[in-house]
Structure formats: structure tokens, C-alpha cells
Design a protein around this ligand. Structure first.
Ligand SMILES: NC(=O)c1ccc[n+]([C@@H]2O[C@H](COP(=O)([O-])OP(=O)(O)OC[C@H]3O[C@@H](n4cnc5c(N)ncnc54)[C@H](OP(=O)(O)O)[C@@H]3O)[C@@H](O)[C@H]2O)c1
Length: 335
């Protein structure tokens, strides 16, 4: 087989660096299922790893890309047959194992998810890790007792991948959703996804967060961390829960215990990486069925493999809206 095109991260001169290269199949990290990759996507973690941020890649060189969708080329596991549609998201792809930014990828069968009926490959990658994480947050919040009618649910980093898909999932499930964004010009788009209200980040004074502020939110999905998370903790309704997903604004946050002991507020940690194979597949089936966002077409746009570096820069500059689906090989993506 000819060498395949890949975007890999190398350690050179003591620092990580990502670039396009060619690799042979024998160089791929091991895994029972060899996938001919058609599509991948761009997540915040991909942008960090692809631009050489330290501490993300655990083995070098490593093909970046935490998401992939394609067809099975070969499989040592009888559950997967050549020609089957398959997807894989996070788990360790693009970090400890070669990921989706290559024409071929070997995936451990426990990480491989049969492409569920009801999802096209494009739709699967429009969701990707971001959609899986948004669904995991909704599932966890509801497991903790959140229901429509208890009060509004706020989504931070609203125009991002996790944020925009969270708005869709929550609104479709009957919640009244407030979108918190740094991009006020996207108010119309956010309302089109299902947000009832759009709050500008620059309208909030994060330097004056009280231990207990006015209680507003029954639930929250937070992609930002830092001061946004401190503010959320102080403004949750009694019994409210925050799904803590990300750190786009920073990892550290400060809070008093007051919201937790006087209002019974909870912060729920969401980790898409650590979900076992059976619940992972079950959640993907829900995403292809009753949870499937109706607005996927307006959230995701296709980009070419060669456009990856530009997509990373835009994401790290906070300029991205929604999701980018990356065409790795094959014919033009059909939605
Ligand atoms: N826990 C998990 O398993 C898991 C899974 C997936 C992602 N994540 C994390 O979740 C976060 C979001 O991921 P994503 O893929 O959705 O990223 P993304 O598409 O880049 O979205 C992040 C959004 O946050 C806002 N933002 C960006 N930089 C900011 C800054 N410096 N200060 C304040 N707001 C900023 C922007 O939205 P607005 O302009 O609308 O405010 C941006 O669109 C990342 O930290 C990622 O690592 C975690």
C-alpha cells in the first residue's frame, strides 16, 4: 500500500511540532480495527496539540486528531467487518495513540463505535467529541435530577463546538436556554439553534463575584472554567448543577463553599475520555436518534485536510463558530 498522508506531531529540539507528512501503515500504533478514514473534525484539544502545546501528546511522533469516521479496512475483531461504517472519538486518539488526521488509523476495538443508523459520516463528525461531550453533560445533569421547568439553563462558550451543540440538545429536550457568549454578533445564530436569551460576556463584571449572587440558573454547561465558573457557582438556584466541561478561559477558579452548603449546588465533572465501550455506544445511538440535533447543518462546515493549520489558529484565537468537519479522503462529504 502507498504511504498515507498524515498530520503528525513530532518532538524536535525539545518541543512538540505538528506538520503534514507521509507515513507507512506499519508505522501506525496498534489496534484491532484498521479504519480507512474519510472524515475527522477540529476540537479545542486538536488545536492545542496540533500547534505544539506541551503536555497533551503522550508519545511521539503521534498522528493528531481525536475524532474519526470511515470504513473498516481490516479487523482482527469479528464484531467489525471490512466495509462497515465506524467512528471513534477521544479515548486516547491523537494523544496516546495515532488519531484521525491520516488516511488510515488503527483503533482498539473497545474504542470503535459502529456508525449508528440515522447518522451520516458527516453528521457523526459534525457531532464528534464535542457532541458526545454535550450529550454526556445533558445525560449527567438529568441523572442528577435536572428537568425542564425548574429554571433556565445557561451554556457558556456558546458559539464553540460543545457550547453550540449543548444549546441544541438542551433546547430540543425542552429546556429554556441562555447562551453566554463573547460574540454578540452571533445572537441571531444562537437563537436559531434554540437559545431563548443571549447574554454578552462583556456585560458581566467578573471582578465583583459575591459568594452568593442572585440565584438564576437551574443548570449550566460550562466550557470556560476560570471566572465564568466562579460566577456560575454563585448564581445557581438551590439544588442547581453545573456540568464542568472545559477550560477555554483557564483551569483555576475560586469560590466559597456557600453555594454548595447553603444552596446545595453541585459541580459535576464531565470526562468524555473515560466512558466505557457499552455506555459510549449507547450514547452514540441516542445521538443518532432522539437526541440528534436538528440544526447540525447550520453548526458544521466542511473544510479540506490542507486547511487544518488555519483552523487551529482560528480556534485558538476564539474566532470559531460551531464545528469544522475535515475531509481526510474520499469523495466530497455528503451530509
Ligand atoms: N471534559 C471533556 O471531556 C471535554 C470534551 C471536549 C472538550 N472539552 C473542553 O471544552 C472546552 C471547549 O471545547 P470546544 O471544542 O467546544 O472548543 P471551541 O469550539 O473552541 O469553543 C470554546 C468557546 O469558548 C469561548 N472562548 C474561547 N476562548 C475563550 C477565552 N479565552 N475566554 C473566554 N471564552 C473563550 C468561545 O465562545 P464564545 O465566543 O461564544 O464565548 C469559544 O467558541 C475546551 O476547554 C475543551 O478542552 C472537554
Amino acid at each position: 500500500m502507498n504511504p498515507c498522508k498524515a498530520f503528525r506531531v513530532f518532538q524536535e529540539g525539545g518541543r512538540a511540532q505538528g506538520r503534514f507528512t507521509e507515513m507507512r501503515l506499519e508505522e501506525l500504533a496498534p489496534g484491532e480495527v484498521l479504519v480507512k478514514v474519510e472524515l475527522s473534525s477540529v476540537n479545542y484539544k486538536d488545536a492545542l496539540a496540533g500547534t505544539g502545546a506541551p503536555g497533551l501528546i503522550r508519545r511521539f511522533p503521534c498522528t493528531a486528531g481525536i475524532d474519526l469516521c470511515g470504513t473498516v479496512a481490516e479487523s482482527a475483531d469479528p464484531e467489525f467487518k471490512p466495509g462497515d461504517g465506524v467512528l471513534a472519538t477521544c479515548c486516547g486518539l491523537g494523544e496516546s495513540q495515532d488519531g484521525g488526521y491520516a488516511e488510515y488509523c488503527r483503533v482498539p476495538s473497545a474504542w470503535a463505535v459502529p456508525l449508528p443508523a440515522g447518522l451520516s459520516p458527516f453528521e457523526a463528525m459534525a457531532l464528534g467529541t464535542a457532541g458526545f461531550t454535550a450529550a454526556l453533560a445533558l445525560q449527567r445533569l438529568e441523572h442528577e435530577g435536572l428537568r425542564p421547568g425548574q429554571g433556565p439553563v445557561i451554556v457558556t462558550g456558546a458559539t464553540g463546538g460543545v457550547g453550540s451543540l449543548s444549546i441544541c440538545l438542551l433546547a430540543q429536550a425542552g429546556y429554556r436556554v441562555t447562551a453566554l457568549t463573547g460574540k454578540p454578533d452571533q445572537e441571531g445564530w444562537l437563537k436559531g439553534l434554540g437559545a431563548s436569551e443571549v447574554l454578552r460576556r462583556d456585560s458581566l463584571d467578573f471582578s465583583r463575584i459575591k459568594p452568593l449572587g442572585q440565584a438564576v440558573w437551574a443548570g449550566a454547561v460550562d466550557s470556560l472554567g476560570a471566572q465564568a465558573l466562579s460566577w456560575l457557582a454563585s448564581t445557581m438556584l438551590p439544588g442547581g448543577a453545573i456540568a464542568s466541561i472545559g477550560l477555554a478561559a483557564g483551569a483555576a477558579f475560586s469560590a466559597t463553599v456557600m453555594p454548595f452548603i447553603l444552596r446545595g449546588v453541585s459541580i459535576l465533572g464531565i470526562n468524555a475520555l473515560s466512558v466505557e465501550a457499552a455506555p459510549r455506544r449507547a450514547l452514540w445511538r441516542r445521538l443518532a436518534g432522539e437526541l440528534k440535533p436538528r440544526a447540525l447543518d447550520s453548526i458544521a462546515e466542511p473544510i479540506g485536510f490542507a486547511q487544518l493549520p488555519e483552523a487551529f489558529s482560528r480556534m485558538l484565537a476564539g474566532k470559531v463558530r460551531g464545528r469544522s468537519v475535515v475531509r481526510i479522503s474520499g469523495p466530497e462529504a455528503s451530509r
